[in-house]
Design a protein around this ligand. Structure first.
Ligand code: AMP
Ligand code: GLY
Length: 448
């Protein structure tokens, strides 16, 4: 069976690696993929015209899948999903994993997803949505008159991680609202906003497989919990990033919290999807804020998380291609979702300056012997393979990896426990270097 993975990050490398382990899988195409997917056994990169979210790109992906006899397509990022790639593939009879365009609004529109949560009683922060600037401003002013808690401002549409601002004071809220709603700093994504109460606690990511089709009882099968570390610097300081590293499982996500998640978030979400008549056969990501054992939903993402996926794949004791098949054929309820014992620590190495401006094009060096002693996996995010200028010792063409993005790579280390995983992950990191390489040293459970 031939598979297609859409996307180009560390998540897609991890997915391609895991899918390639399946005996049923002969070939995995990654579109556009990266320098890691290209080098993986059974895998090949596919260049397409346009982007994966453009009509031109999606037509090219569809045509490729049809001509090549792709049995199953898996979509990594949200943009192609909200653009309707699932509808395009299914209308042509091709199997694809993801929500259709309508269901993808759970991530694509914060206004829609908050009203969905409220309608179906999914526990979440109290909020109000606005498309009128003056009314939003007046609400913010009233908020800061009544309390000194921060106000969370969320742009309605996809904003590549720049759409959420936690305003500590009215002045900051006013500047943000003007920038989003009046000046169009996020384009159409900021024309409407959700103003939300600030919640404190610990963030947890629960990824899950979903099989919901209109007119039938659906299933959501949650994965082991994971935790991203979103701020750039140690101790949760500095600017927000795409994710500086993840761990799985989450030691402080207790049995009682997991039970609360099921009753207060998972079950009402499933009821909502069924009652809205959604077609959702893919993965969902519940972004939780957990206070003691009480879970609130910060957001849905209609896809797997990045870097959470890199932390989860080494623990998957099941065939991911078979899980995808169970999602599509309505057999998810009985799927044996088994997890390996132990823990994974998966820190991410980024370019100097990230998440601000950064340089690319630096060669990446890897001490293969030291790295392989850790047993860790190397998942490439923003790096590409290029021919070296000099040839190798015996005149052969040498190619190596060069940085090509902000988040460059991740090391996913399995260990018998979180400490062992942490130790292996950072030994793995120290076997890698590139100009300006930076990483957080505290990806793991709280350390003394
Ligand atoms: P979102 O895209 O909704 O997940 O928001 C991005 C990040 O902003 C989250 O991962 C949280 O760190 C933070 N955040 C979002 N909503 C809230 C909230 N209501 N209270 C506190 N932090 C929040
Ligand atoms: N790790 C956060 C995300 O995938 O959006």
């Amino acid at each position: 069976m031939k598979l297609l993975v859409i996307g180009s990050g560390g998540r897609e490398h991890a997915l391609a690696w895991k899918l390639a382990q399946s005996e049923q899988v002969k070939r995995v195409y990654a579109a556009p993929g990266n320098g890691g997917t290209e080098a993986e056994g059974k895998c090949e990169n596919l260049r397409i015209p346009g982007t994966i979210a453009s009509e031109e790109g999606q037509e090219a992906l569809y045509a490729f899948a049809r001509q090549t006899g792709i049995a199953l397509t898996l979509v990594g990022p949200e943009a192609p999903l909200t653009a309707g790639i699932v509808d395009r593939f299914r209308s042509g009879g091709l199997a694809i994993i993801g929500p259709d365009k309508n269901a993808a609004r759970l991530e694509g529109s914060k206004v829609f997803s908050k009203s969905f949560m409220e309608k179906y009683g999914v526990r979440t922060a109290q909020s109000k949505s606005f498309s009128d600037y003056a009314q939003a401003l007046a609400y913010a002013a009233e908020h800061f008159k009544q309390t000194d808690h921060p106000l969370v401002i969320k742009a309605d549409g996809l904003a590549g991680g720049k759409g959420v601002v936690i305003a500590e004071q009215y002045a900051e809220a006013a500047v943000t609202l003007r920038s989003f709603m009046q000046e169009g700093s996020l384009g159409n994504a900021g024309k409407a906003v959700v103003l939300e109460a600030f919640l404190s606690g610990q963030e947890v990511s629960v990824l899950a497989a979903v099989s919901v089709v209109p007119g039938k009882p659906g299933t959501i099968l949650p994965f082991m919990a994971a935790r991203d570390h979103k701020r750039r610097f140690e101790g949760g300081q500095g600017p927000n990033t795409g994710g500086m590293g993840a761990i799985a499982p989450v030691p402080d996500f207790s049995g009682a919290a997991a039970e609360d998640f099921r009753g207060s978030i998972l079950e009402p979400s499933l009821r909502g999807m069924e009652q809205e008549g959604m077609d959702y056969r893919g993965f969902i990501f519940f972004g939780l804020m957990v206070q003691d054992t009480l879970c609130s939903l910060l957001e849905y993402n209609v896809r797997l998380g990045d870097p959470e996926t890199q932390a989860l794949v080494p623990l998957m004791d099941f065939d991911l291609a078979k899980l995808c098949d169970a999602i599509l054929t309505g057999r998810l309820r009985d799927f044996p979702l088994q997890w390996k014992a132990g823990a994974v620590c998966a820190p991410v190495a980024v370019a100097a300056g990230y998440p601000g401006a950064y340089q690319t094009g630096y060669p990446i060096s890897l001490d293969q012997e030291a790295f392989s002693q850790t047993g860790a996996l190397l998942f490439i995010a923003g790096a590409e393979k290029k021919e070296n200028r000099e040839n190798g010792e015996n005149g052969e063409n040498k190619s190596s990896l060069y940085t090509a993005g902000g988040r460059v790579l991740g090391v996913s280390a399995w260990g018998t426990d979180p400490e062992d995983a942490w130790e292996r992950a950072y030994r793995g990191m120290r076997a890698i270097s590139f100009e300006g390489m930076a990483f957080r040293t505290d990806i793991g459970p709280p350390r003394p």
